[in-house]
Design a protein. Structure first.
Length: 571
C-alpha cells in the first residue's frame, strides 16, 4: 500500500514592489541574481495571465538576437523556480504565467483593489491608512511598462483617497478627513483639492487659524511645484476663513459636505428646476416616492446646484440616515455634522438650535422613512427655532408636519412601446439615457442603436424606475438585452446588484420592496394584500368595494366559526 500523500507545508510568499523591490518567504528575504530577473518576476506577478515566450524575450532582452533573448529568458525562469519553487510558474514551449494556485500577497495589488472596494468605506479607510509605503512602484526601475503601471496605481490610490476624504467629510468625520487629506499630500504635495478639503474641515471644526495656515501651505506648494496660483475656488474658501463668506464652483471649495456620487447623474432637469423653485418659497420639502425611484440622487444633484446660492451662505449640509436604526440618535447625527456636542447644562437639541438660530443654510436629511417620528420631531423643532434654516428631506412617506411640502419623485421619462421612436428621439428620454450609460459601463461595445426595441421594452416593463434599470443594465455581464427583457417576469430574482458595498436594500429589487413592506403597520399590510387583486390602477370607490366585500366575507366567516363552535360545544 503506497504511503499517504503528505500535505504541502504552508508557504507565505510576500512581494513588496512599492518603494523598493523585496521578496519574503515565511518572513525571510529572498534574493534574485540580477535586476533583470527582478523585473521579469514583477511583470509576471503584476500581470498573472499567460504570456507568449516571444513577447517576454523581446520585452526584457529585445536588444539581443532572438536566440540569445530566448536563452536568457530560460535562464531567468530557471532562477525564479530555484528561488521560489518549481510550482511557482506554469510554463510550456509557448507561454509562461504565474501559477494561480500558489497563494501570494502583493502590496501593489492592495492598491488595485481600492478601485473595487471603495464603496466598503470602513474597510477601505482602514486599509489605506495602514498602508505604510509611498505609492511609488519599483522606483529604481525604468522600463516603459513599469512607468505606465506606476502611474495607473498612483491614479487609483489618489482617486480612492479623494473619495474617502469626501465620504468622511459628508459624515462629519472631519478629523478622519484631515488625516486622509494629509496622507494624500504626502504622495502629491501640490494637490489643490486636498488642500480645499483641509481648509473646509478645519473651518467646520472651528479652527480658523489652521484653515488659514493650510491656505498658505497650498499657495506655497502650488507656486513651488507647478508655478501657478490657487484657483478662484480655493481663494473663495480662503475668503470664507477670513470673513465667513465663501463662494466657489467646485464641490470641495463650497461650504458643504455633500457626497460625491460614484456614477453620473442622468436627466431630470425639469424636476430639479421644480424643486429649486419650491425652495425659494417653502422651508421644508420632502421628496417622496417608491424605493429605487432616485430620491437620494435627485436630492444630491439639486443641493449641489444650489450650494453656492446666497440664501445658503452658511452652507448646504448632508445627513444620511440609511444605516441608522435607533431614532434617539437622529439629533446626534445632525449635531455631529455641525461639530456640536451636548453641554453639561443644556440638552443636545437646545445646543443645536442655539447654534443654528442665526444660520442661513440648507439641511438635506436623507432616508427618513424608518425614523419618521424622530425626523419629524427634530425638523419641526429646528424650523420653529431657526428662521433661516431650510430642509430638503427624502422619505418613502411624508413627515406630516406643519409647513411641509411633499414632492413625489416620478419615474424617469420613457418612450411608448406602442410607438417606438427613432434613435435621435430615443436618446432624449431619461430612462433610455440612464440604461445606455450604465450598459456601456458594463459592456464597452454595447450600442443603443443595435438594441432599440428591447431597451424600450425593458424601460417600460420596469416602469422607468432608476434602481431597476441600473440592476437590469448590470445583468449585461451575463445576458443579452433580449434575454433580460424575456426574463423580466422573474424580475425579483433576476435584478440583483453584484457591486461590493452597495447598501442592502439596493442590492436587489426584492430587497427594495421588502424594505418598504417592513415599514408598514399590520393594518397597512392587510390593505396592501387586498389591493393585490388590481392588475393596474384603481379608484377609491373600487378599493372601498373590495375592502367592504372582504369585511363581509370575514364577518360571515366569523359567524360560521362561532356557530361551529356552538355545535361542537353542544355535542
Amino acid at each position: 500500500m503506497p504511503p499517504a500523500k503528505q500535505p504541502r507545508p504552508h508557504v507565505d510568499l510576500r512581494f513588496y514592489f512599492l518603494c523598493a523591490f523585496r521578496i519574503e518567504r515565511n518572513a525571510y528575504p529572498l534574493h534574485l541574481p540580477t535586476r533583470k530577473h527582478e523585473a521579469l518576476l514583477a511583470y509576471l506577478v503584476l500581470f498573472p495571465h499567460a504570456h507568449a515566450r516571444e513577447k517576454l524575450a523581446a520585452l526584457f532582452w529585445g536588444d539581443t538576437p532572438n536566440d540569445q533573448a530566448r536563452l536568457s529568458l530560460r535562464v531567468a525562469l530557471a532562477a525564479l523556480r530555484k528561488e521560489l519553487g518549481d510550482d511557482f510558474l506554469i510554463a510550456d514551449r509557448e507561454t509562461v504565467q504565474l501559477n494561480p494556485d500558489v497563494p501570494i500577497w502583493v502590496d501593489a495589488r492592495e492598491i488595485s483593489n481600492f478601485k473595487f472596494q471603495i464603496s466598503d468605506w470602513e474597510s477601505a479607510q482602514s486599509e489605506i491608512l495602514n498602508l505604510k509605503s509611498e505609492i511609488d512602484l519599483l522606483p529604481d526601475f525604468y522600463d516603459d511598462w513599469i512607468l505606465l503601471e506606476r502611474e495607473r496605481l498612483r491614479a487609483i490610490y489618489l482617486d480612492a483617497l479623494l473619495r474617502l476624504i469626501q465620504h468622511a467629510r459628508s459624515n462629519g468625520e472631519y478629523a478622519r478627513a484631515i488625516e486622509l487629506a494629509r496622507k494624500l499630500l504626502a504622495t502629491e504635495p501640490a494637490n489643490e483639492t486636498a488642500y480645499q478639503h483641509l481648509i473646509f474641515c478645519h473651518l467646520a471644526q472651528g479652527d480658523r487659524a489652521a484653515a488659514l495656515k493650510q491656505y498658505a501651505a497650498c499657495e506655497r506648494a502650488l507656486r513651488d511645484e507647478l508655478n501657478v496660483a490657487p484657483s478662484p475656488e480655493t481663494r473663495a474658501l480662503y475668503a470664507r476663513a477670513q470673513t465667513q463668506e465663501a463662494r466657489g464652483k467646485s464641490l470641495e471649495a463650497l461650504f458643504t459636505n455633500l457626497p460625491t456620487p460614484l456614477s453620473s447623474f442622468v436627466g431630470r432637469q425639469k424636476e430639479i428646476r421644480e424643486i429649486k423653485e419650491l425652495l425659494e418659497t417653502v422651508r421644508l420639502i420632502t421628496l417622496t416616492g417608491a424605493g429605487g425611484c432616485g430620491k437620494t440622487r435627485l436630492a444630491i444633484q439639486t443641493a449641489t446646484e444650489i450650494a453656492a446660492d446666497e440664501k445658503f451662505k452658511d452652507g448646504v449640509w448632508w445627513i444620511d440616515l440609511s444605516a441608522m436604526a435607533n431614532p434617539a440618535l437622529v439629533t446626534q447625527a445632525v449635531a455631529t455634522v455641525f461639530n456640536v456636542s451636548e453641554s453639561s447644562s443644556l440638552p443636545l437639541i437646545a445646543v443645536l438650535t442655539s447654534y443654528l438660530r442665526a444660520k442661513a443654510l440648507l439641511i438635506v436629511l436623507d432616508n427618513c422613512e424608518h425614523l419618521i417620528g424622530a425626523c419629524a420631531e427634530l425638523i419641526g423643532t429646528l424650523l420653529s427655532a431657526c428662521p433661516r434654516v431650510r430642509v430638503l428631506a427624502t422619505s418613502r412617506e411624508a413627515l406630516n408636519i406643519s409647513g411641509e411640502t411633499t414632492w413625489v419623485a416620478p419615474s424617469l421619462a420613457m418612450p411608448d412601446t406602442a410607438q417606438i421612436p427613432l434613435l435621435a428621439q430615443l436618446r432624449r428620454f431619461d430612462a433610455t439615457q440612464l440604461f445606455t450609460e450604465r450598459a456601456i459601463s458594463v459592456a464597452r461595445n454595447w450600442r443603443l442603436a443595435d438594441n432599440i426595441v428591447p431597451v424600450v421594452q425593458v424601460c417600460a416593463r420596469l416602469d422607468g424606475i432608476p434602481l431597476a434599470l441600473e440592476l437590469a443594465a448590470a445583468q449585461l455581464k451575463h445576458f443579452s438585452i433580449e434575454q433580460i427583457a424575456a426574463r423580466l417576469d422573474d424580475r425579483f430574482n433576476l435584478l440583483a446588484n453584484e457591486t461590493r458595498g452597495a447598501i442592502p436594500r439596493h442590492q436587489t429589487l426584492r430587497a427594495a420592496m421588502d424594505w418598504s413592506y417592513d415599514l408598514l403597520s399590520d393594518a397597512e399590510r392587510a390593505l396592501l394584500q387586498k389591493l393585490s387583486v388590481f392588475a393596474s390602477g384603481f379608484t377609491l370607490e373600487a378599493v372601498e368595494s373590495v375592502c367592504s366585500q372582504q369585511s363581509t366575507v370575514n364577518s360571515e366567516q366569523s359567524t360560521v366559526n362561532s356557530e361551529q363552535s356552538t355545535v361542537n360545544s353542544e355535542q
